[in-house]
Design a protein around this ligand. Sequence first.
Ligand SMILES: O=C(O)CCC(=O)C(=O)O
Ligand SMILES: [Fe+2]
Length: 336
Amino acid sequence: MATEESNKDLTLAEQEAFKRNGSRKSKRFLVSQKVKTTRLRRIHNLFWNDDTLYNSDNSNTNSNSIDKEEVTCTGKRKRNDGKQTPELTDPESHANDPSQIEMNFGGRLKLKRIHSSPHIYTIDDFFTDKELQKIKEKIIQAEKQKWFQKSFVDGQENTKRKNDEQDSLVEEGKVQRTSSFIHFSKLSDSTIASIENRAADLLSLPNHSIEPLQLVRYEQGNYFHDHHDLGVLYEDGSVELPHKSLLTPPRRIITILVYLNDLPDDDENPCGGSTIFPSLGKGVDELAIRPKENRAVMWCNIKKDGTPDERLVHRGETLYGDAVKYAMNIWACEDS
Ligand SMILES: O=C(O)CCC(=O)C(=O)O
Ligand SMILES: [Fe+2]
């Protein structure tokens, strides 16, 4: 909707044109909708600075091209809880093999780049042993209390259907997602707070950028079809950037997906359950990440210009057999 506020810096002639066809409005609106990226310094450093998409001369993905703290954050920054944000230290150089770029964070976390352009990282041992233990206790409790909710999303978030109608859609594979989930309220206890803070620190963002943590659960036959964590994915492969408004959920810039259990990895008897990026490779070569307990996978959903990075479409592959897959979604969002 046009508002007095949004019109006030237009000339009279522009205001007339605006009233006639609104075209100026939609253009301005679209431009202002992009996620502002200039202040996301750590994210620049981790995901964009040496992505060949933005700099074709920079085909050498040697870790030397990753700038360090003078670009990402100058020394230790104060967080809003008074503690200091740990630094990202020098990447280790492994000649020209981009898959071998590693960085340390806060002395404990080791980021390993497993795909370049777009950059995707894995981080083993993302949770401390104590946190992992606490999360597992929460899972046991959630299972006992039947807290996991089915997440029936068929292109329109939270569309609820009658059970029999739903079942036939599931059979036809028309339901976007059949996994279930629960959320943990922000800062609800010390475990949740420390996980939120670790993710925020890693990205050099404030705690309030982290969405309430989401635990996902897949049982036999469950899947999450191709989707994008930021916006709606269209058939032509484009992704719509959602509008920024106080009435819509904050837009997800970064995904950190942490697997909470191992899944059997048997070629003879595959049980599925991998996270698959269909745009990153073709057919059997699609980039597939196998769940491993306490391994995080991290990627960025926006490009440097603040629009969705369509290369990061992904899916949770159908799970077969008796295994149950648990994972935690940690999403860092744009400031509202
Ligand atoms: O389960 C997976 O591997 C992917 C989950 C996912 O993409 C999501 O929850 O948004
Ligand atoms: Fe996702």
